[in-house]
Design a protein around this ligand. Structure first.
Ligand SMILES: CC(C)[C@H](C(=O)O)[C@@H](O)C(=O)O
Ligand code: SF4
Length: 467
């Protein structure tokens, strides 16, 4: 019997098979940001230990950093303190840090691929749940908590409970105007926020094969919102082409040798998965959330469901509470929902391809009166690329605020970019929990083209709705 991709990577990293279903895994790359790490460093210091492999560790500042004019920025004290801590900790332990203002700074899951730090077959951990993004490269990448960060810092290993394999077969063909974000939202609506629990998802099928690396990253990013620990895509030509363009890649015969090895990071044809889900891409349309978890989503063409129509008791209760928080009524058409803010960015949809999709819709149009459109590149490199392609002009002429900085921004409300209570946003990010984008703020998760069309129309819309 063959192995799944996840099993292959797992087996290659087992340092010690544990009893009780937990194995000690070797970690190839450990990524840090300013949230959730100060305690780990304090504990490390208290134990008198050093960082075992600073050369396999890398850090960035992204969650708490401002995105406004960096020179005169009023940097909130709490955020500045967090940055001061990661700066001091990285300096003390010899860990490379991509600081605010550096040309390589950005959201952790955006800069790691850009810098060519993630490669097929690697094990990667980070103090952040959306580390799943990196699975797009055929790597086993997942989020860890503060205590585990200390363990990896000290030993470069981590005890991890064995996980099951869930195959998500995306069949059919992707209709025009439908993105990886819509696929992910449709999947989560189908299997629920707990559908992937205890599993590693592998996305398979022709539709996935045809997705760009950026789109695969979006898909893998949202794996954690389906409750799964990691999400991955097997290596193919698309992966290899992307990697060949990354900095510090080998060249010539050395690259060819690596590529041959990387190609082995696919599931064997006869691999057995514990569970299989089929998602028919042909039936997917632009998806939008109406509630306060990512599974509370419907097609933009639909209406908000009546809680009473939902399958189980828990879902009904959650829907009632969500509608109250969101200030919405059952039966309301999604297209009738007015919004006042649009946020384009985050590790889900803050890459160059996302910004291109937004620019395509904005080109020659104006953002609706009373709507704020904020666009934040996922990294400084993405921003430079956007400028070099003239996207900044399109954004500015449309009336958008293309922020000078890059980072998590309004995705999480952990910096100055926040909504006020009662404000309603269409957001290309990945979480719509209560208060996620600011206390009392309401979030509708959407794809980049829907975000752009919504900014123009002033209510939830797809590009096809615009005249
Ligand atoms: C702050 C961080 C730990 C958190 C995460 O783990 O995902 C954040 O990135 C998020 O998206 O909620
Ligand atoms: S962009 Fe949002 S989801 Fe991604 S790491 Fe930052 S806070 Fe988390």
């Amino acid at each position: 019997m063959g192995s799944t991709l996840a099993q292959k990577i797992w087996d290659q990293h087992v340092v010690r098979r544990g009893e009780g279903g937990e194995d000690l895994l070797y970690i190839d790359l450990h990524v840090l940001h300013e949230v959730n790490t100060p305690q780990a460093f304090d504990d490390l210091r208290a134990a008198g230990r050093s960082v075992r492999r600073p050369d396999l560790t890398v850090a960035t500042e992204d969650h708490n950093t401002p995105t406004g004019k960096l020179d005169g920025a009023v940097w909130e004290l709490a955020g500045r303190r967090q940055s001061n801590l990661i700066r001091a900790n990285c300096a003390e332990f010899g860990i490379p840090l991509h600081r605010l203002g550096d040309s390589s700074q950005g959201i952790v899951h955006v800069i790691v691929p850009e810098l060519g730090l993630v490669r097929p077959g690697m094990s990667v951990v980070c103090c952040d749940s959306h580390t799943t993004t990196l699975g797009a490269f055929g790597a086993l990448a997942f989020g860890i908590g503060t205590g585990q960060v200390e363990h990896v810092l000290a030993t470069q290993t981590l005890p991890v409970r064995r996980l099951k394999d869930l195959a998500v077969d995306v069949t059919g063909a992707l209709p025009g105007g439908v993105t990886a974000k819509d696929l992910a939202l449709a999947l989560i609506a189908q299997i629920g926020t707990g559908g992937g629990q205890g599993h590693i998802i592998e996305y398979r099928g022709d539709v996935v094969r045809q997705l760009s690396m950026e789109a695969r990253m979006t898909l893998c990013n949202l794996s954690v919102e389906a409750g799964s620990r990691a999400g991955l895509v097997g290596v193919d030509d698309t992966t290899l082409t992307y990697l060949a363009g990354c900095p510090d890649m080998p060249v010539g015969t050395e690259l060819a040798h690596q590529q041959q090895l990387w190609r082995s990071f696919v599931s064997d044809a006869d691999a057995v998965f514990d569970k299989r889900v089929v998602l028919d891409a042909s039936a997917v349309t632009p998806y939008v959330t109406w509630g306060t978890n990512p599974a509370q989503a419907v097609s933009l063409a639909d209406r908000i469901p009546a809680p009473g129509d939902l399958a189980d008791e828990a879902q009904r209760g959650a829907a009632g509470r969500a509608l109250e928080y969101m200030g919405l009524r059952p039966g309301q058409a999604m297209r009738d929902i007015d919004i006042d803010t649009v946020f384009v960015g985050s590790c889900t949809n803050g890459r160059i391809e996302d910004l291109r999709q937004v620019a395509e819709v904005l080109d020659g149009r104006r953002v609706a009166d009373g709507v704020d459109l904020m666009i934040v590149a996922g990294s400084a490199a993405v921003r430079r690329k956007a400028v070099s392609e003239g996207l900044d002009r399109v954004f500015t002429e449309a009336g958008a605020d293309f922020r000078p900085g890059s980072g998590c921004s309004m995705c999480c409300g952990l910096n100055e970019d926040r909504l006020r209570p009662g404000q309603r946003a269409a957001s290309t990010s990945n979480r719509n929990f209560e208060g996620r984008q600011g206390k009392g703020a309401r979030t509708h998760i959407v794809s980049p083209p829907v975000a752009a069309a919504t900014a123009i129309a002033g209510r939830l819309s797809a590009p096809a709705d615009l005249t």
